[in-house]
Design a protein around this ligand. Structure first.
Ligand SMILES: [Zn+2]
Length: 348
């Protein structure tokens, strides 16, 4: 048995709404977690500047606390992105970002090797290496949040694809005649079940005077977002309830397709929308049982992530540790000595 001894990393989760940063210790505990608004409208320079500030603050606080020095900095970002070149390509959920060399730009400002990975690939690594999918060979992580995304472990290894873009489950078609997605595609699950899609549908309902419940909340000054739809549905508004059911059905259809395509043992569903709506899990479990190929659908676990909102921070611990010294990730990975490898250190 070969076992990597993991060393602490600085972790950044660049989200559409917030930039979160923390020091992740080898025991997967998250220290000095801080969050600042992403505010992507202020521009790329401003976002990167704020990211560097929050990273510096976390690092200083961790050092003052006597925590060991991090060996590298990992950045989880919305995709699509190129983790080898360290470039964020054109994510629908970061306005104005196109071919941004995040690793080069951040790496010029910090004395640590820097790595970039799609947030959902980071999440699946956290859950597969250390969370609810540990011990499985075929696991899928799905996030239902501002967008819908995912990461796949297939046959005991991450599924990457030709352009390292595999696993973008949010852009699977679940309704061939459905709405236009942020990526330009038609009928993608993200266009129906994401927070952005729910907010857009709620706005359309308000405009068409189709929901007294939403109209009441809007008059009371509630922002038109996914949360507002949830509140209206809970208060018994039929149109809002229907919007949510349509979203959960889209997630259910996604899960059925994933089960039939990839034959997983477990699908982990995280993200803010999933976190707040247990009904999503009921519908996904029901639809997988009803509509998957019988054998593939039997016994598939559909679970919440073990690491909750920290999932995209914790997953950077194995990713940074694995990639340090890996020539596939370029010269910058040599900036720090390779992680200690202990042969046969585990016994069970
Ligand atoms: Zn799409």
């Amino acid at each position: 048995v070969e076992q990597h001894v993991e060393r602490p990393v600085l972790a950044v989760d660049l989200g559409g709404t917030q930039i979160r940063a923390a020091l992740v210790a080898p025991d997967r505990t998250v220290h000095h977690r801080r969050a600042v608004p992403t505010d992507d409208e202020a521009g790329i320079d401003s976002v990167l500047e704020r990211m560097l500030e929050v990273v510096a603050a976390v690092r200083a606080a961790a050092a003052a606390d006597g925590l060991p020095e991090p060996i590298g900095l990992g950045i989880a970002s919305p995709g699509p992105l190129d983790p080898v070149r360290g470039v964020v390509l054109d994510p629908p959920n970061l306005r104005g970002w196109r071919d941004v060399s995040v690793v080069e730009r951040v790496g010029a400002q910090v004395d640590l090797p820097v790595f970039l990975e799609r947030d959902t690939n980071v999440a699946v690594m956290a859950e597969w290496r250390h969370g609810v999918a540990a011990g499985t060979a075929d696991a899928i992580y799905v996030t239902v949040s501002t967008g819908v995304g995912g990461g796949v472990i297939s046959g005991g290894r991450p599924l990457v694809g030709r352009d390292r873009m595999a696993g973008e489950v949010g852009h699977l078609v679940v309704d061939a005649d459905g709405p236009v997605c942020g990526c330009g595609g038609i009928g993608h699950v993200e266009a129906i079940a994401s927070g952005t899609a729910l907010a857009r549908s709620a706005s359309a309902l308000l405009e068409a005077d189709g929901s007294p419940g939403l109209a009441r909340l809007a008059r009371a000054g509630e922002p038109v977002d996914a949360k507002m739809v949830g509140i209206a549905a809970e208060a018994g508004d039929p149109a809002a309830t229907q919007l949510l059911e349509r979203a959960w059905t889209a997630v259910g259809a996604l899960c059925v397709s994933l089960v039939n395509l990839l034959n997983p043992e477990i699908i982990v569903i995280g993200g803010g929308i999933a976190e707040h709506h247990p009904r999503l899990f009921d519908v996904a479990r029901r639809d997988v049982a009803r509509h998957s190929l019988r054998r593939a659908g039997t016994g598939v676990r559909i679970e919440r992530p073990a690491f909750g909102p920290n999932v995209s921070l914790v997953g950077l611990l194995p990713i940074v540790n694995d990639r340090i010294g890996d020539p596939a990730f370029g010269a910058r990975s040599q900036a720090s000595p390779p992680a200690t490898v202990v042969q046969g250190a585990t016994s069970s």
